[in-house]
Design a protein around this ligand. Structure first.
Ligand code: SF4
Length: 63
C-alpha cells in the first residue's frame, strides 16, 4: 500500500505527524515531508487514522 499526499491541499498543521510519525514530518516552514511512501499491511490502521484526521483531506491510501 502507498501513501499519497496532495501537497496543494496540505496546510502543514501536522495532525498526520502526531498520529503517524514514521511517515510524516512537518518542517519548521510548515512544509510536509513524506518520510516513506510504502507501508506494510500492519500499518494500515495507523495510516487510516492519519487520513481521517487530516482537516484538508490531503492524504489518501492506495492499494
Ligand atoms: S494533517 Fe493534512 S494538512 Fe496537516 S500536515 Fe498532514 S497532510 Fe498536511
Amino acid at each position: 500500500m502507498r501513501v499519497v499526499v496532495d501537497y496543494d491541499k496540505c496546510t502543514g498543521l501536522g495532525l498526520c505527524e502526531s498520529l503517524a510519525p514514521d511517515f510524516f514530518e512537518v518542517a519548521d516552514d510548515g512544509s510536509l515531508n513524506l518520510l516513506r511512501a510504502e507501508a506494510d499491511e500492519a500499518q494500515r490502521s495507523e495510516l487510516e487514522e492519519a487520513v481521517r484526521a487530516c482537516p484538508t483531506e490531503a492524504l489518501r491510501i492506495e492499494g
